[in-house]
Each structure stands twice: as structure tokens, then as C-alpha cells.
Design a protein around this ligand. Structure first.
Ligand SMILES: C[S@@+](CC[C@H](N)C(=O)[O-])C[C@H]1O[C@@H](n2cnc3c(N)ncnc32)[C@H](O)[C@@H]1O
Length: 250
């Protein structure tokens, strides 16, 4: 567990990470505002810790709401984009692996959005992440995860490939390694000269029940489970999880 994970968000990815709403709905105010509403309410008057803060897609508007935000991220390149934004000096950032990196002080809220728990590609690392979060939370503090659920019900028996984007400018495929809960996302993006640029990233997909157990191991109890940031019910058809755990005990 002492190995530093590889940085898959280097210069090339970081330079193009922030997008307009029309290019990526995750950057639209309609997507971001409900996240910020949800997190600001849980943070209350306390501090918030974002694991994988990146370019501040969520941290910046949350800080603008008056929440004191601190972030952890592996990628100097992503954090440089955050630092280029006016107002980001209010946000503290520690460079390191969010599964193990410690920061000063305690928090009423920790959060890990946009599927980023899956960037930890072993169960050990994901459990360590929950334990690291618990070590930073005040009693009663909350940990929030937003993560897409694996599309295994759509994967025919014995097949390993699922397309997730198919268009003139973008193609995307996930390849599943079911025995190991492994997933690799392959992205083909058309460039200005008409050629396609390839990028990929490895993930470990997770289940709500497994995350609940990781939380319990770390001293947190399930508190809420939704399929979206506006309190959409979590059902058997849900493709996404927004879960909240609360630190129990002292
Ligand atoms: C998909 S981006 C999400 C960024 C931001 N949270 C957002 O919602 O836009 C994932 C971020 O997590 C960071 N990251 C991935 N694995 C990490 C790890 N083990 N420790 C710290 N940061 C990590 C990446 O560098 C990247 O900035």
C-alpha cells in the first residue's frame, strides 16, 4: 500500500479537462448546482475535504458558497488548472494519494465524486481510502461518493466490451475483467486534423454493498443512498450511486 499510484491525469488530459457545458453535461450548471447544494448542506459550518479535487469543478463553486474546502490530488497538472482560476487561493491543496495522504485539521464532510473511487484499482486501496477519510472526519461527519455502477446486466455472458459513446467526434468503450472487478475505459477523440487521439484509464468498479462494508470497516455507517444529487430514489435500474456514510463513535 505504500506504492504511489500512477498519475493518469498528466498534462495532456489536464489541458483539456475543463469543458463547456455543451461539450460535456458534467460541466453544466444544471449538473454542478445540485452537487454543490447537496454538499454545502452536509458541510454545514464545517470544513470539506475533496479527494481528487482536480481542476476544482466542484470545489470552486462549493468554496464560493462559503464552505472552507481543502483538496487532495495526485496530479500537479490538474491542480495547476485549479490554481489558474481566480479565487482558488481560498482552497488548500495537498499533492498526494488520497488513499493515504494526511492533511491538517478535521472535517465535517469528505467527498469523492465523478467515479473517482474507481481510480483506486485494488480493494486494499479503496478500503484504505475509507479509513483515511474516517481519520479526517469529526464524529458525525459525512463521506459522500458519486459513482457509476458497472453495466454488467448489459454485458452478454462471456463478453467483455461495452460501448459507452458512439459519435462522429468521440468513441468510447469499457472493457470488463469480471473476475477481478477490473474495467478499462478506452477513449477515441477526434482532433482538429480529423485523426483520432486515444487515451485510456484503468478502474476497479464497485458495488453499493461493498462500499457499505468498506465504510463499516472504517467506522462509518450508511446514512443515505440515492441515484442522483436531487434525491432520486435508488432502485434496481439505477445506473449511478450517490451514497452518504456517517462517522460513528468517537
Ligand atoms: C475524474 S477527475 C475528477 C476531478 C474533480 N473531482 C471533478 O469532479 O471534476 C479524477 C481526479 O482524481 C485524481 N486522482 C485519481 N486517483 C488519485 C489518487 N489515488 N490520489 C489522489 N488523486 C487521485 C486525478 O488526478 C484527477 O484530478
Amino acid at each position: 500500500m505504500s506504492d504511489v499510484p500512477e498519475n493518469y491525469f498528466g498534462e495532456e488530459i489536464a489541458a483539456e479537462y475543463d469543458k463547456t457545458a455543451e461539450h460535456d453535461p458534467m460541466f453544466a450548471p444544471e449538473a454542478i448546482n445540485p452537487v454543490v447544494d447537496f454538499l454545502a448542506e452536509l458541510a454545514g459550518d464545517g470544513r470539506a475535504l475533496e479527494l481528487g479535487i482536480g481542476t476544482g469543478r466542484i470545489a470552486m463553486p462549493l468554496a464560493e458558497r462559503g464552505v472552507a474546502v481543502h483538496g487532495i490530488d495526485l496530479s500537479e497538472e490538474m491542480v495547476a488548472r485549479l490554481r489558474a482560476k481566480p479565487g482558488s487561493e481560498e482552497i488548500g491543496v495537498t499533492i498526494g494519494d488520497f488513499a493515504t495522504t494526511k492533511v491538517d485539521g478535521t472535517f465535517t464532510l469528505a467527498y469523492l465524486v465523478y467515479n473517482t473511487i474507481q481510480n483506486l484499482t485494488t480493494q486494499d486501496a479503496q478500503v484504505a481510502c475509507f479509513q483515511n477519510v474516517a481519520a479526517h472526519l469529526e464524529p458525525g461527519g459525512c463521506f459522500v461518493i458519486e459513482v457509476g455502477l458497472p453495466a454488467l446486466q448489459r454485458l452478454p455472458f462471456g463478453e467483455t466490451i461495452r460501448p459507452f459513446a458512439l459519435g462522429e467526434t468521440r468513441l468510447g468503450f469499457d472493457t470488463y475483467d469480471v473476475a477481478n472487478q477490473g474495467l478499462v475505459s478506452h477513449h477515441y477523440t477526434r482532433t482538429a486534423d480529423g485523426t483520432f487521439k486515444y487515451s485510456w484509464g484503468p478502474f476497479r468498479y464497485v458495488w453499493p454493498s461493498e462500499l457499505d462494508l468498506m465504510a463499516r470497516i472504517a467506522g462509518m455507517a450508511p446514512r443515505e443512498r440515492w441515484s442522483g444529487w436531487k434525491g432520486e430514489p435508488f432502485t434496481s435500474e439505477s445506473t449511478k450511486l450517490v451514497a452518504v456514510w456517517e462517522k460513528t463513535g468517537v
